[in-house]
Design a protein around this ligand. Structure first.
Ligand code: GCO
Length: 445
């Protein structure tokens, strides 16, 4: 497998996110985000890890962009921190925050690297959470004002925009399970948050297209290939329900198909939060969809899980090998299956894999990180992307998650996903063997 097998139009990249990398949590007028608040609460982050500094990307971005260049990666996806730009979420922008992204974007462009910008990668301004956050429908106008502000400022230089990162995860983990910020639980938080997130993608998509006519507008979706634990009818039905929740709930309304309530009855609860006219507001003709896949899930029927009647059978109980530091099975075919699944929707112009990668127990020995497992993971997943492409499926790009080791949300710093190793005590960076491999692959003919 060489890069040329993918053709010259295929987009190669690496992805990151503001909160996981920037640090500088209260520098230069930045306001707190829900993740600052959540992470500062006792017991919310494993091992008590603190995200105030993370990899200090706010100050060290030239060094990190230099790694992107050294690996010959033409596209760098990162997110903007909403509370760095609008400390209170709305109102007067913070010039120093705006300046930071000017510098970052200009620096990327000067190095020949295309910036791909995510508007929202989970760090809602705390001031807006104090007014209900995603569960308050006003979030549509808050997000629109923020989007208009950054579109005006950066739209002359940034072509690729993604509205939200993984609505399933930030509404599910943040507003239903309470294991991510803002730590809320239950359907009465989840359903309004989910509906507003879905509406927001269309609303803000339309706005970006108006503000920046030449923009390519997308949004990114987490997905997992869902397999029933066996051939029992109950398990097969449970897998279908889980697939509806995990893979279909957020994308189908955007494609004009409505929420998939027929295949998951409990989703009907979301209708309570819909207003007259919402059916027409939900669809949006994105230029592209980002899919983000790491593994598959094996699912069993369960009486004990309310609303879903299904539960995930974890890789460790199935005794499969290898698994990553996140406990996720290494299952490369999943990415092929997901590209195939999303290609089956007739009205998605382009699919990019905007995240794929793995955490392994990397160690720095004599200045080297020999992360063979990650090299194999990337090679086997990229090979499955090629398989999908060769079979004619609609995949046009692939981005590794992630550039540097960083703050993995409630898991803290322990899972290392980077192509670049970070010593969090000294901020020393070391290109891992996987980064060297990716660089060689991207420079091959
Ligand atoms: C995502 C998450 C990333 C995670 C990554 C690994 O978009 O999926 O935002 O931030 O770090 O998925 O779990």
């Amino acid at each position: 497998m060489v890069k040329a097998d993918f053709g010259t139009d295929f987009q190669w990249g690496v992805s990151s996110a503001a909160f996981q990398t920037e640090g500088a949590w209260d520098a230069d007028g930045k306001g707190p985000s829900i993740w600052d608040t959540f992470a500062h609460r006792k017991g919310k982050i494993k091992r008590g890890h603190c995200p105030d500094i993370t990899c200090d990307f706010y100050r060290r971005y030239p060094e990190d962009v230099a790694f992107v260049k050294r690996m010959h990666i033409p596209n760098f996806r990162f997110s903007l921190s909403w509370p760095r730009i609008l400390p209170n979420g709305i109102g007067k922008p913070n010039d120093k925050g705006l300046d930071f992204y000017d510098r970052l974007i200009d620096h990327c462009l000067a190095q020949g690297i295309m910036p791909w910008v995510t508007l929202y990668h989970w760090d809602l301004p705390q001031a807006l959470q104090d007014r209900g956050g995603w569960a308050n429908r006003d979030v549509l106008s808050w997000l629109s004002d923020y989007a208009a502000c950054v579109a005006k400022r950066y739209g002359d230089r940034v072509i690729h925009w993604m509205v939200l990162n993984e609505p399933t995860v930030f509404t599910g983990a943040g507003y239903f399970f309470g294991v991510h910020a803002p730590g809320l639980t239950g359907l009465r938080n989840f359903f309004p948050a989910a509906h507003h997130a879905t509406l927001a993608m269309g609303e803000v998509g339309r706005l970006l297209r108006l503000e920046i006519p030449e923009a390519s507008v997308g949004s990114t979706f987490s997905c997992s290939s869902i397999h029933p634990a066996g051939s029992r009818r109950k398990d097969v039905a449970a897998a279908k329900r889980a697939d509806t929740l995990i893979n279909r709930m957020f994308i189908e309304p955007l494609l004009g198909m409505g929420y998939p309530v027929a295949d998951l009855k409990s989703l009907r609860g979301i209708e309570k939060y819909m207003r007259a006219g919402d059916d027409a507001l939900l669809p949006f003709d994105f230029d592209f969809i980002g899919i983000q896949n790491y593994t598959r899930e094996v699912v069993r029927h369960s009486f004990f899980v309310p609303y879903l009647g299904a539960r995930i059978w974890p890789a460790k109980h199935r005794r499969v090998q290898p698994v990553t530091e996140m406990g996720w099975e290494v299952y490369p075919e999943a990415i092929y299956e997901m590209i195939k699944k999303f290609s089956a929707y007739s009205n998605i112009p382009k699919i990019y894999v905007t995240e794929n990668g793995a955490a392994f127990p990397d160690t720095l020995v004599n200045g080297r990180v020999s992360d063979d497992q990650r090299v194999q993971y990337l090679q086997s997943h990229i090979a499955q992307v090629l398989r999908a492409k060769r079979e004619g499926y609609n995949v046009h790009g692939y981005f590794v998650w992630t550039l540097t080791d960083n703050f993995e949300w409630s898991e803290g710093y322990h899972p290392r996903f980077g192509l670049v190793h970070v010593d969090f005590d000294t901020q020393l960076r070391t290109l891992k063997d996987s980064g060297k491999w990716y660089g060689q692959f991207l420079s091959s003919q």
